[in-house]
Design a protein. Structure first.
Length: 70
């Protein structure tokens, strides 16, 4: 499984809470004999309203993207 999420704060580096959640997800996946391959995070432009009918506008996503290989 590949994990991906956005960080509306504008910081693409994985947070402590994100790292903890990844460990929990990895443990849960281990129960069903699955594993994580990578964890991608991306920042969202501060001018992005964050909700566009409930979805992020793909054009608002910008680098840098951060990837932790699991």
């Amino acid at each position: 499984m590949i994990l991906a999420n956005n960080h509306p704060s504008g910081i693409s580096e994985p947070s402590h809470a994100g790292k903890v959640m990844r460990v929990q997800i990895k443990k849960g996946l281990g129960i069903v004999d699955m594993r994580t391959l990578a964890h991608f995070t991306s920042e969202v432009s501060p001018r992005c309203p964050s909700l566009n009918g409930g979805y992020f506008d793909r054009r608002e996503l910008r680098p840098p993207f951060c990837c932790d290989l699991c």
